[in-house]
Ligand binder design. Structure first.
Ligand SMILES: O=C(O)c1ccccc1N[C@@H]1O[C@H](COP(=O)(O)O)[C@@H](O)[C@H]1O
Length: 216
C-alpha cells in the first residue's frame, strides 16, 4: 500500500469506546487531560484506559496550557504517552519534556502554517484544527485551502471530520493521519461504535482509492 493514513480517535472516556476504536483499527487513542473540556478525564482514569490498549496502539494525552507537574505526572503514569499540546504552549515548553509530541495549529485565514512548522520543528506532527473558541473539539471544519501545498512536517488533519467527509480529506490532502472527536460521538465524551467503525472504513476506502490510482 502506498499510503496508510493513521487514525486517531480522541476524547474517549469509556472502556467500551476504547475497545470499539481498537477493533475498528485506530492507531492512537486520545485522552483529554484538560479539565475545562466536557470530555476531560482524570489522569487515573486515563491510565486505566491506556492500560487496556494492545501493543502498537498509542495513547495520546491532550493538554491545554497545563502545568509542568501535571504533564510530568501523566508521563510517569503512562510511560508510552504521546503528548498533544492544544493550547498556547511555546516550542520550548513542548520540547522540555523530552518526549515525542504533536502540536495543534489553529487554522484561520492569515495563519502562517509553514512558519509555525519551523517554530515547532521538533514536533512529531502538526495537528491542524479549526480555530474555535475553547481551543478545540468543536466539530468545526476549517477551510482546507488554507493548508499550503508543502508543509515541512507530518500533518494530522482534524477539525469537524466524520465518516462523510474524511475520505474527501484523505484524497485531497493525503495527510499523515486524521483525528476525530465530535464526529464519532452520541454526546460529548460518549462515542458511538458504529460511527467509529464507519469513520475508519471511510479512511481505508480512501486509502484504497489512492493505492488504486497509484498502480494504474
Ligand atoms: O475535545 C475537546 O474537548 C478539546 C478541548 C480542547 C482542545 C481540543 C479538544 N479536542 C480536539 O480537537 C480536535 C478536533 O476535534 P473535533 O473532531 O472537531 O471535535 C481533536 O484533536 C480533538 O481531540
Amino acid at each position: 500500500m502506498t499510503h496508510r493514513t493513521r487514525i486517531k480517535i480522541c476524547g474517549l472516556t469509556r472502556d467500551a469506546d476504547v475497545r470499539a476504536a481498537v477493533e475498528a483499527g485506530a492507531d492512537a487513542i486520545g485522552f483529554v487531560l484538560y479539565p475545562a473540556s466536557p470530555r476531560a478525564i482524570s489522569l487515573d482514569r486515563a491510565a486505566e484506559l491506556a492500560a487496556t490498549l494492545p501493543p502498537f496502539v498509542t495513547p495520546v494525552g491532550l493538554f491545554v496550557n497545563a502545568g509542568r507537574d501535571e504533564i510530568e505526572a501523566a508521563c510517569a503514569a503512562i510511560p508510552t504517552l504521546l503528548l498533544q499540546f492544544h493550547g498556547d504552549e511555546t516550542p520550548a515548553t513542548c520540547e522540555s519534556f523530552e518526549r515525542p509530541f504533536i502540536r495543534a495549529a489553529r487554522m484561520a485565514p492569515g495563519f502562517d502554517l509553514v512558519d509555525f512548522a519551523l517554530q515547532y520543528a521538533s514536533a512529531a506532527a502538526l495537528l491542524l484544527d479549526a480555530h474555535v473558541e475553547g481551543y478545540g473539539g468543536g466539530g468545526k471544519v476549517f477551510d482546507w485551502s488554507l493548508i499550503p501545498p508543502s508543509v515541512p512536517a507530518p500533518v494530522v488533519l482534524s477539525g469537524g471530520l466524520n465518516a462523510a467527509n474524511v475520505g474527501e480529506g484523505v484524497l485531497a490532502l493525503r495527510p499523515w493521519a486524521v483525528d476525530v472527536s465530535s464526529g464519532v460521538e452520541q454526546a460529548k465524551g460518549i462515542k458511538d461504535a458504529g460511527l467509529i467503525r464507519r469513520f475508519c472504513e471511510a479512511v481505508r476506502e480512501a486509502d484504497a482509492r489512492l493505492e488504486d490510482a497509484a498502480t494504474r
